[in-house]
Design a protein around this ligand. Structure first.
Ligand code: OAD
Length: 234
């Protein structure tokens, strides 16, 4: 019996929907250099190349469908009576939304948005964005950046996430390598505030020691099973 629950998701939760992760053998960062497509310096040096990368990724992400792990979260949110269930995701895909999840916090941004580097306005960007695209707020060209947190930028919605981590009684990490700060500190923070912590992954991760329990296997199989048990207990 727990109170509030925070689910921290990473690329591994979307792997069974056909979306490549970042650091596995077929991962995005094996085929692209972070310095070329995921830093502010890259965006300033060659914005066309950065837009091309995210326009291509967007097409792939838009085609993807949620898998049983995403759907299990909706089941939990519909059936859980002992507190709120929040989803803090590092993923820029929209599979949590497509699965009907609620209380979603995209701390690394989302692929269907752009942010203007001139006026700060966030706009819908489901289609292609180029250096020619005008900002709907200030009307400037060449100022739109994918609304994705690049290395060296601040994460989004962190005040709200900090409050969730303080209050939750169970933190569940699904499909994240624990390689990226600060998401890789969330389990430690939640545990410090008294939460139980559980990790779902294909194998142990670099911060496995922050978790009380480890469930090894494909999240699409292990996670829905766990959710059923959790709902039966609650
Ligand atoms: P990673 O690619 O670093 O890690 C994915 C994790 O998912 C690995 O630990 C895999 O073992 C695990 N995994 C893969 N398939 C799985 C499956 N079917 N079931 C369970 N686990 C599985 O991805 P993240 O941890 O999400 O940032 O990476 C964090 C951030 O690094 C990303 O948000 C991204 C990247 O730079 C941005 O794009 C802003």
């Amino acid at each position: 019996m727990y109170g509030d629950i925070v689910i921290l998701s990473g690329a591994g939760i979307s792997a069974e929907s056909g979306i490549p992760t970042f650091r596995d053998s077929d991962g995005l960062w094996n085929n692209h250099r972070i310095e070329d497509v995921a830093t502010i310096e890259a965006y300033e040096r060659h914005p066309e190349q950065v837009h091309d990368f995210y326009n291509g990724l967007k097409i792939d992400l838009q085609k993807a469908r949620p898998n049983p792990a995403h759907l299990a979260i909706t089941e939990l949110q519909n059936g859980y009576r002992n507190g709120t269930v929040s989803v803090v995701t590092q993923n820029v895909d929209l599979l949590h939304e497509k699965a009907g999840n609620r209380n979603i916090y995209h701390i690394h941004g989302q692929i269907d948005q752009a942010v203007c580097m001139n006026c700060g306005r966030i706009t819908d960007a489901r289609g292609e964005v180029t250096t020619e695209t005008l900002c709907a707020g200030c009307g400037m060209a060449a100022t739109l950046k994918p609304n994705i947190v690049f290395f060296g930028e601040n994460l989004l919605r962190m005040n709200e996430v900090d409050a969730l981590l303080d209050k939750c009684r169970l933190l569940i990490a699904v499909g994240t390598s624990g390689a990226v700060y600060p998401a890789n500190t969330f389990a430690r923070i939640a545990r410090y505030h008294g939460a139980d912590t559980i990790e779902f992954n294909l194998h142990a991760t670099v911060n496995s020691y922050d978790f009380d329990r480890h469930v090894i296997g494909r999240a699409g199989e292990t996670f829905p099973r766990f959710i059923k048990e959790l709902l039966a207990e609650s």
